[in-house]
Design a protein around this ligand. Structure first.
Ligand SMILES: *Cc1c(COP(=O)(O)O)cnc(C)c1O
Length: 510
């Protein structure tokens, strides 16, 4: 795996002040119903090979007004629509915390192999030895990368991994006569899924302050004293955190948590920055999740599909979900269901199998050196961009002069630009005019953009992005109003997001 495997083109000189006239001249794709030509057919059904039977009238409804259109035109229609989609394959997608990296096509080759793609979920173990071996090896890879001795591949996404791990921790405490441990601490810059997972598990969430993007250790100690160490189940920390910083005090935090008898949970969404460099198990982690679709590359825009394996310590291992894939002494593989302390099933069958095939393929293709290279280039790319932009886009957590670098992403709060009278949304929408996906906004702090370039972007793309951002800053300095209508060069202009949410139009005609 080498970094810079793709080169995206962003034209910093793209015409961004399309007139209203030019805009209205853009052809609007008719709806597929409007393309109907009565009598046209997209498919030919094979001749009947059973005797004809007329459905009685009382069982028939009105005939459906389905579009009548040829196969080629159906294909063209949906291809045109798909071209309107923003995609990581075609454009720069620096959506912070989401790790929108290039998805190597070898993953798709692996997932499509008939021995994987045509499995039946109820096949006996002895007929699916190859698939079980792949799962077993994926487990081993993820154990080694985490520095933890046990992994469950069952959870379907990061959030589901959080939920599953919290259930595992709860089962452990119940089994050790400490069921009163129902409080979970999470940093105030945590991803929304952290508190949501706690609530789903019936735990109360308590926010721990962050200072300069890092966990405030004193606040953590104070909260433990205030609520009673014996009531704390876990502390959830994201490391590297959502401010794009590696929490170097994490071992100290782990000591404080362990002294309270509680568990350290690491949200592993940002594992991309530390692959092969440090391991959560080495800094005191008891449980963590991976987002394999982020770190180990599966296309994952718009909500799926993903996988959220969890890694845990020896003492939590007996409580992992069912089934667990194991290897017997004779080298054969099987799904083990006989695990009396397990929290049970959290997902049907064997988890998100095809996503795990992609995960295996990616890790195997990279190898240990390649994974380390991923982390190094991801961090290098983020620091390069931050350094190029910092004189126009203020960065609260980035100051190389004072030895403050970022990990895989950086956060800017462009206060000077915002003070000229533009909003963060204006800036984000203007980026769309340059074919750039707007970064994550307003998280982890208000009025911020969180930019994660990933390791797979070329220097050329990074430079073009920097030029675009500097041009936008220039436009704001000269004429802040010029951003008010952005995006002007996209199919849909400034949408009324409130109306879209409150009064969605869900039918194609009145
Ligand atoms: C993406 C993300 C999650 C949630 O993961 P999903 O796989 O989308 O469920 C949790 N925490 C952080 C920090 C994330 O970036």
């Amino acid at each position: 795996m080498t970094a810079a495997t793709t080169a995206k083109t962003i034209d910093p000189n793209a015409n961004t002040d399309c007139s209203a006239q030019a805009r209205s001249a853009r052809p609007v794709e008719p709806l597929i119903f409007e393309k109907t030509v009565p009598g046209q057919r997209g498919i030919d059904l094979p001749p009947l090979d059973v005797s004809q039977y007329d459905i009685p009238d009382e069982l028939r409804g009105e005939s459906l007004p389905l579009p009548e259109i040829g196969a080629g035109e159906v294909m063209a229609h949906y291809t045109h629509l798909s071209n309107r989609n923003f995609s990581v394959d075609g454009n720069f997608y620096p959506l912070g915390s989401c790790t929108m990296k290039h998805n190597p096509r070898i993953n798709e080759w692996g997932a499509a192999l008939p021995g994987f793609s045509q499995l039946h979920p109820l096949q006996d173990d002895h007929l699916i030895q190859g698939a079980l071996r792949l799962l077993y090896e994926t487990r081993c890879f993820l154990q080694e990368i985490a520095g933890l001795p046990a992994v469950s591949l069952q959870p379907a996404a990061g959030a589901h991994g959080e939920f599953t791990a919290l259930q595992v921790i709860r089962a452990y405490f119940e089994d050790h006569d400490q069921s009163q441990r129902r409080l979970v601490f999470a940093t105030d810059n945590a991803h929304g899924t952290n508190p949501a997972s706690c609530t789903m598990c019936g735990a109360s969430v308590i926010a721990v302050k962050t200072v300069d993007g890092h966990t405030d250790l004193d606040d953590l100690k104070r909260l433990i004293d205030e609520h009673g160490a014996e009531n704390v189940a876990a502390f959830m920390i994201t490391n590297p955190n959502t401010a794009g910083l590696f929490d170097a005090y994490v071992s100290k935090i782990a000591d404080v948590i362990h002294d309270a008898g509680a568990m350290l949970y690491v949200d592993g969404a940002n594992m991309n920055a530390i692959l092969g460099k440090t391991r959560p198990g080495d800094f005191g982690t008891d449980a963590m999740h991976y987002n394999t679709h982020k770190t180990f590359s599966t296309p994952h825009g718009c909500g799926g599909p993903g996988a959220g394996p969890i890694a845990v310590t020896e003492k939590l291992a007996p409580y992992l979900p069912l089934p667990q894939v194991v290897m017997d002494d004779d080298g054969s593989f099987r799904l083990e269901y006989d695990r009396p302390k397990s929290i049970g099933k959290v997902r049907s069958f064997i988890g998100q199998f095809s996503v795990l095939v992609r995960c295996w393929t990616y890790i195997a293709a990279c190898g240990p050196e390649g994974l380390r290279n991923v982390a190094e280039k991801a961090v290098l790319n983020a620091n390069y961009l931050a350094a190029r932009l910092q004189h126009k886009y203020e960065m609260p957590f980035f100051n190389p002069g004072k030895g403050k670098f970022c990990a895989h992403e950086f956060v800017t709060v462009p206060r000077t630009l915002l003070d000229k009278g533009v909003t963060l949304v204006d800036i984000a929408k203007r980026m769309i005019d340059y074919n750039i996906h707007p970064p994550t906004m307003h998280w982890p702090v208000h009025d911020c953009l969180m930019v994660e370039p990933t390791e797979t972007e070329s220097k050329r793309t990074l430079d073009q992005f920097a030029e675009v951002m500097l041009q936008i800053a220039d436009q704001i300095e000269k004429d802040p109003q010029s951003l008010a209508d952005a995006p002007t060069d996209a199919v849909i202009h400034r949408a009324d997001e409130v109306a879209a949410a409150r009064q969605p139009v869900l039918v194609w005609k009145d």
